[in-house]
Design a protein around this ligand. Structure first.
Ligand code: C2E
Ligand code: MG
Ligand code: MG
Ligand code: MG
Length: 288
């Protein structure tokens, strides 16, 4: 019986492995075609200035609208895109899309919205060739470097091999800003904050979530804000969901907040209606 059990377990294991392998292969195939089929979309989540309540920034979050599966979460497909190298092409698309959107909004509304894009550490390996192209694109669209912000994670700063320092300096030279995303969840050492030129710290939502009830989270947020300011950085709180959290963050001097309290990530039209105000009708009136 013990032997049977063992065998059954083994069978079960191989079956699920096969299933997983098949699922993954399908995902890779679909992902390869997703760009041609225009299945990707950027959603924009406002980053609100806490002092004024104004919105000058938005984070671009990638969505994959799969023909059968519906919306696939980036948490699911970004790792697969990284393993297959497809992330480079996708990342290029994201950059181009963000730059074009920034230009379009400036043209239509006379406002510069700084658009943040996310970059996984792996994406940095491909930068060499693309960077010059990206700067050309910005120039041709007449978008200044500061129209774009790049969100990186702490893990990247630990990887000395990738020439991170030079790349961040190249961003700086181009006026592109840099945010450290999910701050406090990685393995970073504080020494990196001194060594690299970073404009914004984004406090991870795991610290803002219990801000109203957990005193140690409050202490950590306060300490991060004081430290960031002394080092010349601004602070963005992620995952702000309640008015109470926003009130506390304002009181302790946090600069910006982002989260469902203000808005979910919105499609282009939604963002325009809510945050840019329609001075002029674009595309000929109401579409239903
Ligand atoms: P992230 O950069 O930390 O983005 C924040 C995530 O929190 C987003 O999830 C956003 O929709 C979600 N969020 C925003 N406000 C709230 C809130 O109030 N409460 C809660 N619980 N969640 C909130 P999303 O869009 O599913 O993205 C997940 C992650 O996928 C992102 O985390 C980012 O690391 C990655 N990602 C998204 N787009 C891209 C991309 O274009 N390129 C790369 N490399 N990664 C991306
Ligand atoms: Mg982010
Ligand atoms: Mg984050
Ligand atoms: Mg996150």
């Amino acid at each position: 019986a013990a032997k049977d059990q063992g065998r059954n377990r083994f069978n079960y294991f191989t079956a699920s492995m096969q299933e997983y392998a098949r699922y993954r292969m399908r995902l890779i195939q679909d992902l390869r075609q997703a760009l041609e089929r225009c299945e990707f979309e950027l959603r924009f989540q406002p980053i609100v200035e806490l002092g004024s309540g104004k919105v000058f920034k938005a984070e671009a979050l990638l969505r994959w609208n799969h023909s059968e599966r519906g919306s696939v979460s980036p948490a699911e497909f970004i790792p697969v895109a990284e393993d297959t190298g497809l992330i480079f092409e996708i990342g290029n698309w994201v950059f181009e899309q963000a730059a074009r959107q920034s230009a379009a909004w400036r043209k239509a509304y006379g406002r510069e919205v700084q658009i943040s894009i996310n970059k996984s550490p792996i994406q940095f390996r491909d930068e060499g060739n693309r960077f010059a192209e990206w700067l050309e694109l910005l120039a041709s669209l007449e978008v200044s470097g500061s129209g774009i912000c790049i969100e990186i994670t702490e893990g990247l700063l630990l990887d000395a091999k990738m020439g991170v320092s030079d790349k961040l300096l190249a961003y700086r030279d181009a006026g592109i800003q840099v945010s450290l995303d999910d701050f406090g969840t990685g393995y970073s050492s504080l020494a990196y904050l001194k060594r690299f030129d970073i404009d914004y710290l984004k406090i991870d939502q795991s610290f803002t979530r219990n801000l109203e009830t957990d005193e140690s989270d409050l202490t950590l947020c306060e300490a991060i804000i004081v430290m960031a300011h002394k080092l010349g950085m601004k602070v963005i709180a992620e995952g702000v969901e309640t008015a109470g959290q926003a009130e506390i963050l304002t009181r302790i001097g946090c600069d910006y907040a982002q989260g469902y309290l203000y808005s979910q990530p919105l499609d282009i039209e939604g963002f325009e209606q809510k945050y840019l105000g329609k001075h002029q009708v674009i595309g000929g009136g109401n579409v239903s």
